[in-house]
Each structure stands twice: as structure tokens, then as C-alpha cells.
Design a protein around this ligand. Structure first.
Ligand SMILES: C[S@@+](CC[C@H](N)C(=O)[O-])C[C@H]1O[C@@H](n2cnc3c(N)ncnc32)[C@H](O)[C@@H]1O
Ligand code: SF4
Length: 385
């Protein structure tokens, strides 16, 4: 049986606060200049977990991801209270993966030891760049040295750690990125997330880009940077298992695989998304993004849901395609057909194969090729049309 047929159930918990807002980021993150009442938030998280578990009881949690925002601003006791609540309302697999996102600015050894004692067994650090000028341009509060020190602390505290870098940054050459990537790989154990800088609408970078004050690589350079990323990582035993994620085989982030394989997950906390199967129907849930409004809603209603949409078979199949084709393992077209009630169009498959954008492998799985990945959105749009 292929791994994506196995039962998996993830719990995503969103901590929505950061020390400062990075100018490229459009995640649900907020800066507060007064102390955050973590105990009150922890009670609200526990309450929303209880309410969600009542909707999807009896699940065995295989992964938990504490994401943000900056979850490493939480006290270890807050993390412990959240993990205890999950254990109280669902079964938890013996080998559960529990990841926490950390910002190098808020990493210290004692705090990491506290997270480990609370049950976290994997950390993901937002390093973003390994040179100080780029970090400054990205509005980060840490230096490259501090980032590497945080990686060393992570290595000392956890068997499993990963870090994120952003590439295709303004003025980045392929030679400089190759050097930076080699340094990153020498510090990475098993997993790296390598994201191309996206200019998100509504961010300060968007305004600067539109005004011509921030230049991102042109198409050719972006492609060269992408190719360098694939080649250098694969050479060092960290092939891409997803368009932006690289791991030694077996060290993939199990939680993120839940999303990409179209499996079930609960979304807890402000602005968290979930996919729940209730009575054979998939629900797409989203909570209120505003931290304090979410808190009040949970205290009043037991949950902070802002929307709970039922996905029809077409929507479910499209989502399966969109997420699954990001993975190097691709998708099982039979599962698509079962979800959509019709197979993918064989003419479109043939045309994309002729273009070298997709392949059908020996196990009958449909996969996007390395040439196809930079055009992924177009490939998906073509197949789903
Ligand atoms: C939600 S952030 C959480 C990490 C943590 N708050 C930090 O910044 O260290 C997750 C990751 O998304 C990536 N990211 C955020 N905005 C991005 C953008 N506009 N383009 C590319 N990557 C981005 C960064 O690599 C970041 O580490
Ligand atoms: S990149 Fe991370 S630290 Fe910066 S605003 Fe976004 S979530 Fe916060």
C-alpha cells in the first residue's frame, strides 16, 4: 500500500504573534506591544480542541504542527497545555511527530529543553538567509551568526530539525546562492525548506516592487536559481519531495505530507484552516483571523470558526490535484477519478506529457517533472480544466 493510503490525522495549531512584522510576510501574524495573556489563550486552545474533537471523535493524531506567527514566543508551559489538551480529546500515535516553528530571535537552549520536555520532537527554524545584508533587507531581527547559533541549539535539543531559507531575493546571483546553499546543507541534518521569494499583495514588499524599488530575479535567473537548488540539494542527498521542501528519504515532514496528500487535519487557533471528514463529507474550516476576536468567540461559543464549507466532489478533486502535484511522488489518478466521479482528461495528460511537464511512472502515478515544476500552476490549471 502506498503511504498516502494510510490513515493520518494532523492537528495544526496557530500562534499568531510575532516580535515584528517582516515586510514580505502575509501570514496571519500580529505584533502586540502589551503582554499576551498566554494562560487565557491556552485555555481557549484547549476549548477549541475539545469542540473540534467532538466533531471528529476517535481519530488517532499522527502529527501536530505548532505554526505561526512565532510559536517560539510561547512559554513551554503553554505548549505543554496545548499538547495535553490534544492528548485528552484524541488518541495520539506512539510515534506522533510534534513540530514547532521557531524564529532565531527567540531561541535559547533552556526554552528548547522546555519544549522537548513538553512533547515537541521536531523544530523548524526561520533562518531565511545566511548573509547579514540579505537578512537586513528582509527586515529580520537576527544576524546570520545568530541564526547558525540557533541551528546549533536546535541540533543539541532535537534529533529532528529543519530550517527555512528564502531565495530568488533581490540582487541574488546563482553563484552566491550556490555558496549559501552549500553552507546551509553543511548545517542541515535531514530537512530544508527552500522558498522562492513571493511578492505578496498588501505587504510592504509589494508596494516597493510595484514602485520599481525592489527588483526580483527575471524569469531566466529565477529558473537558474531553481535549478541550482534542485541540483545542489539532490547531490547532497536532500532531494525535493515537494516543490519547496527537501529531505533525506524518510525524514520528510509528516505533517505537511498530510496537507499535500489530501488527508484530514484539524485547524486550531486564530486563522487556522482545517479539513475534516464528517459523515463522509469533507468540511473546509477556517477560524477568525483576529487573535482577540477569536479568543472571545471561543470563550463564548467553544470555537472560533468563521467558516465551515462543505466541499463537493469537484472541489475536493481539484484540491487533491492542486496539493498532490506539488509532491515528487505525484498523485494516483485513480484516486482523482474516485473523488471527481470522472477520470482526468487523457488528451490533456498526453499533451502535457509531450511537453515534458508530467510523466506517468511505472506505478501508474502522475508526477510533475523538474521542467514542469516551475510551471506547476499552469500544469494544474490545464489538468483541472
Ligand atoms: C509563517 S513563517 C514562520 C516562521 C517564523 N515566524 C520565522 O519567520 O522565522 C514560515 C516560513 O514561510 C516563509 N515565507 C514567509 N513569507 C514568504 C514569502 N513572501 N516568500 C517566500 N517565503 C516566505 C519563510 O521562509 C518562513 O520561515
Ligand atoms: S516571517 Fe515569521 S516572524 Fe516574520 S512576520 Fe511572518 S510569521 Fe512573523
Amino acid at each position: 500500500m502506498h503511504a498516502d493510503a494510510q490513515n493520518a490525522f494532523g492537528v495544526y495549531v496557530h500562534w499568531p504573534f510575532c516580535l515584528s512584522k517582516c515586510p514580505y510576510c502575509d501570514f496571519n501574524s500580529h505584533v502586540r506591544h502589551t503582554a499576551i495573556d498566554e494562560e487565557r489563550f491556552a485555555r481557549a486552545f484547549a476549548r477549541e480542541i475539545a469542540t473540534t474533537a467532538a466533531r471528529v471523535p476517535g481519530r488517532t493524531v499522527t502529527s501536530i504542527f505548532l505554526g505561526g506567527g512565532t510559536p517560539s514566543l510561547m512559554k513551554p508551559q503553554t505548549v505543554g497545555a496545548i499538547l495535553d489538551a490534544i492528548g485528552e480529546h484524541w488518541n495520539v500515535a506512539g510515534n506522533v511527530e510534534v513540530s514547532l516553528e521557531a524564529n532565531p530571535t527567540s531561541v535559547e537552549a533552556t526554552r528548547f529543553a522546555g519544549y522537548r520536555a513538553a512533547g515537541v520532537n521536531r523544530v523548524s527554524l526561520g533562518v531565511q538567509a545566511l548573509d547579514d545584508a540579505s537578512l537586513k533587507a528582509l527586515g529580520r531581527l537576527h544576524s546570520a551568526r545568530e541564526a547558525l547559533d540557533a541551528v546549533a541549539i536546535a541540533r543539541g535539543a532535537f534529533d529532528r530539525y529543519s530550517f527555512d531559507l528564502i531565495y530568488a531575493r533581490p540582487d541574488q546571483s546563482a553563484a552566491a546562492w550556490t555558496q549559501e546553499l552549500n553552507l546551509a546543507i553543511s548545517e542541515a541534518a535531514e530537512h530544508l525548506s527552500l522558498y522562492q521569494l513571493t511578492i505578496e499583495e498588501g505587504t510592504p514588499f509589494f508596494g516597493l516592487h510595484r514602485a520599481g524599488k525592489l527588483k526580483t530575479p527575471d524569469e531566466d535567473l529565477a529558473r537558474a536559481l531553481y535549478d541550482v537548488t534542485q541540483d545542489v540539494c539532490a547531490t547532497h542527498g536532500l532531494p525535493a519531495y515537494e516543490i519547496s521542501n527537501h529531505a533525506r528519504p524518510g525524514a520528510e515532514c509528516r505533517h505537511n505530507l498530510v496537507y499535500w496528500r489530501g488527508q484530514e487535519y484539524a485547524g486550531i487557533g486564530p486563522g487556522a484552516h482545517g479539513r475534516l471528514d464528517i459523515g463522509g463529507i469533507r468540511h473546509a474550516t477556517a477560524t477568525d483571523k483576529r487573535p482577540e476576536a477569536w479568543l472571545l468567540r471561543v470563550e463564548e461559543d467553544g470555537h472560533g470558526l468563521a467558516s465551515d464549507d462543505l466541499l463537493d466532489s469537484e472541489q475536493r478533486a481539484d484540491e487533491f490535484l492542486l496539493m498532490g502535484l506539488r509532491l515528487a511522488e505525484g498523485i494516483d489518478p485513480k484516486r482523482y477519478a474516485a473523488l471527481a466521479g470522472r477520470p482526468l482528461d487523457p488528451h490533456r495528460i498526453a499533451a502535457l506529457k509531450d511537453d515534458g511537464a508530467i510523466v506517468m511512472d511505472d506505478n501508474g502515478r502522475l508526477r510533475v517533472t523538474q521542467d514542469g515544476f516551475p510551471l506547476l500552476d499552469a500544469v494544474v490549471a490545464d489538468l483541472a480544466a
